[in-house]
Ligand binder design. Sequence first.
Ligand code: HPA
Length: 277
Amino acid sequence: MNMTERLHQCADAVRAQLADRAFTPKVALVLGSGLGDFANSEIDVIASVDYHSIPDFPYSTVEGHEGRFVFGSCRGVPVACMQGRVHMYEGYTPQEAVLPLRVLRLLGAEILFLTNAAGGMQPGMQAGDLMLITDQIAGFVPSPLRGENIGELGVRFPDMSEIYSRRLRGIIRQSAAGCGIALREGVYVQTAGPQYESPAEIRMYRALGADAVGMSTAIEAIAARHCGMEVCGISCISNLAAGISPTPLSHAEVKAAADAAAPRFKALVAGAIAEMG
Ligand code: HPA
């Protein structure tokens, strides 16, 4: 089975579990660390589809990452949440890591809303800050578009000159202002992980123009642009990056800081989605 057939098989398996077969999500929302319970509090759920129930579907092995699609309505807007994503550091290829969002595209999603936890390196940043992603650096990880092009989704050489939609960035800024949330803006760089960076690597990323570093999002944004989705993203700065942070980094610290920022993060995301309908 080639990738096109596999994507359709997954999409058919998911649709079969939707009570309303005609349900079409407008926004696909990827819930990163700390935002996992967004689906429990901000969505009127119509269906929850476990990744394990979908044939040949990648699922996460990371502690604290669940694995299901949650379909429903967020402030009146039809959404599909990915509660849990898979990462390259788990051994998945970039092509596997972007398979779930491509399935949501086949189910009709037009917008991809990415969230993550990331290490901050912009001067003045503090753990708990929220950063609107304005652009990205993906040159340190392989492209999810490597290999035969999936012509049904997009072209061989897709343009990446506005990965993060100017329109959606405007909506998110307005949502932040409306909620009284201070919002930073900056460039996200993706590493393959799973190790955190060395201080020398952070100095390099900083010199290259990056403001936050993480292990998930840039390949997803590339795949989404390839298949014609409008993309936006927010990073929760869960820690200062290595060499800037006075203490060694730990997954527990990252999770705790992301959890502490969750109420603000949820309000910002829900407020923005309300304006995307
Ligand atoms: N580096 C990479 N990924 C991360 C970090 C970090 O400091 N924090 C959360 N995800």
